[in-house]
Write a protein that binds this ligand. Sequence first.
Ligand code: SF4
Length: 459
Amino acid sequence: MVLASYINPLSEEGRNIVRGLGGLDDIFNRDDNLIDIVIHTNRQTVSNQEAVPETLVDLAINRIKWYIERKNNKEFNSNDYAYFFNEQMLEYDTIAFHILAQAIANKFRPGSREVKLFIESQGLMIEDRLTKMPFNEKKEIVEEILSDLLIRDGIEWSFLKDLVGSKKLSLTDLVLQNGEIVLDREEFVYSFGDKFADRSPERVYDILIGDNLRQLILTKLLMQNTENYIKSIQDQLAIVEMHPAIVKLGDMLETEIDETLSKYSTFYASGGAYGNMEIGKLVREAFPPCIANTVAGVSSGGRNDAIVLLLTSFVSYARLYPGIFGSDRTVKVSDIDTNLNITLNEILPLIYEAADNCTPPFFEDQPQEKVTIISKLGFGMHEEVNLENEGETKWYTPMSCEKIKMHLPQLCKENKDCAKINNPLSYYSRKKWIMSKNGEFNKDSTDESASTTDESSSK
Ligand code: SF4
């Protein structure tokens, strides 16, 4: 059976592998044994030289590149990275995980895009590895690691609150015993067997806690442990100086992550008759009447809803992800605007400009509404957009025409382009497409007033 560190490099066994490494001086050196295992991995392609690691550092960097490509590249070839699923790579991979964690922890701050990428990459690596395992082997290893984690850490019910949002799955009623989750089949049958008069408790166990949920819990637990590991390294940095090889790896990662992500900074979604909806600078001339009227300023009656709900969602999606309604993917602002430069320099200034145009100016008597705007962009209830807080709230999607007509009827001054439109974003994409076809705007043109950071209004 495969060793636990294949799934959990933070296990005792994984840490022993790292202890066996000795020093870090050789991690930049070519390792012929590593190359040999990689190129002899089943189905491994060798034509993509970039994906074939020659050193431990290459392998660590490729762990992150694999994740970015796997998530974003529509033509992703899993055989380019087949070696990540070769159990013979276990020792190298475990070491790569640990030096990567140290480099990320040393170079990037907690909650940064890079820390998140690393944690998410580990989650996806675990999922993919489990998926590729034979059924019985998978069952055994999940069992072994979960038991180990449960014995060492215990799991409180609150851990599952994000994992199990469905009220149909009444975990709080059925699989908790004295505040601890019951994941073990025998324990479940022992604890709750008498509660099922008309069906077998084993069957209920399979439905409620079956293999998928156990795998999900395992993956999330290991991701949490990875995050804790990063934090513990960062805490130690106050007293211990990082090895120069790890510092160098951190610098390399910064460049590699930027370069790999930049390939996917353009999000597309089918726009049907209007081609693909590519992100691009805001074109005010393509705004529908309801949005143009909001930017021009709203009187006190509908100010809050117009600025906070209508304009904030419209401007952010129009600028970053106009194809949201034609896409089935869940996105965050930072998936597209990785350093939040567009949000800070284009989106927020336009919203604040519209707020200033209101009568009376919106923030003059309601300064707290800036926090609500930040929350509608997905960055929680804070005064500034900050990557660390992203995900605390949801990125609010644009209002439909129907809702606008119902709640903000004074802003909807339909024109001929509103025909058959059910959302201001669709209007915008269509109008932009028509304007572009007629040569009425250059794709690379900028919205000057919006792209200049207005110090006075962006605070
Ligand atoms: S019909 Fe829709 S897009 Fe047109 S002005 Fe009214 S709300 Fe805006």
